[in-house]
Design a protein around this ligand. Structure first.
Ligand code: HEM
Length: 228
């Protein structure tokens, strides 16, 4: 295991697998969030039922919120492996280039901004968890389990809408290049597939971003009404 991690290819594989776990969560979270589009309901919004279901999943065989905690631990481990692996790989590459840093040529904007978007995504996730999970950032009314109402009140404020738009855009950029480099590491990229992989990465990121952004946009524009 130690040998695997200390080799560059081992680290790249670990970064790719942990990235895939994070992307899988991202897709599931985005699809789960779409339950908010069903609206406030008659006092029992569908997105609130979904949040309860997540906590009750596996009961009575498993304790309350057990699966949710397993997911949280897996996500945290994946995040640590992903960030540590990338930081170490970049350090190695910089050391190999030596003091006369040659300017990388032909790299996309997303590639050059990978570190910037990565840091923005991390900052966004910390902010986001403090707002909707721990309910610590309580500028707007927040109540445990009342997901629809929490989203509604938060996205009446233009600055929260703006933060989510910027956070999701950072994720889309990060994801687009991440999918591309994972394909490269796995050896899928060939000259005849280059364009197809690039457009799959671009469209995949756009679909995920659009799914996430539909929520703040629908609340902000009044398409989704006040909680019952
Ligand atoms: C507009 C976009 C988003 C909305 C409306 C949204 C909404 C929410 C809500 C309501 C919760 C709390 C769920 C609950 O209490 O059951 C939550 C939790 C969370 N979200 Fe998001 N989210 C968005 C984007 C994202 C993005 C882009 C990421 C990742 C980069 C993310 C990562 C998380 C994480 C890690 C949690 C904590 C899950 C937990 O362990 O309880 N979210 N989100």
């Amino acid at each position: 295991m130690r040998e695997f991690w200390s080799s560059s290819i081992g680290k790249k594989i670990a970064v790719g697998i942990s990235g895939a776990i994070l992307v899988a969560y991202l897709v599931l979270h985005m699809v789960g969030n779409l339950n908010a589009l069903y609206g406030a309901g008659d006092g029992d919004a569908r997105v609130d039922d979904y949040a309860h279901w997540l906590r009750e999943f596996g009961e009575p065989l498993l304790p309350h919120a057990f699966v949710l905690w397993v997911v949280r631990v897996v996500l945290l481990c994946a995040l640590v492996v992903h960030v540590t692996g990338i930081v170490q790989l970049r350090r190695r590459a910089a050391a190999a280039r030596g003091p006369h840093k040659a300017k990388p040529i032909g790299r996309s904007l997303a590639s050059r901004t990978m570190v910037v978007t990565g840091v923005l995504v991390l900052a966004f996730v910390v902010f986001h968890i403090l707002q909707f999970t721990t309910l610590t950032i309580d500028v707007t009314p927040l109540r445990e389990g009342a997901v629809y109402a929490n989203l509604y009140w938060a996205f009446q404020k233009w600055y929260f809408v703006l933060i989510y738009v910027l956070g999701v855009c950072a994720i889309a950029f990060h994801l687009r290049h991440g999918i591309w480099s994972a394909a490269q590491t796995l050896g899928y990229v060939r000259p005849n597939r280059d364009r197809a992989i690039r457009s799959a990465a671009t469209w995949g990121s756009i679909v995920i971003a659009a799914g996430f952004l539909s929520i703040p946009v629908c609340f902000w524009t009044g398409v989704l009404g006040a909680p019952a």
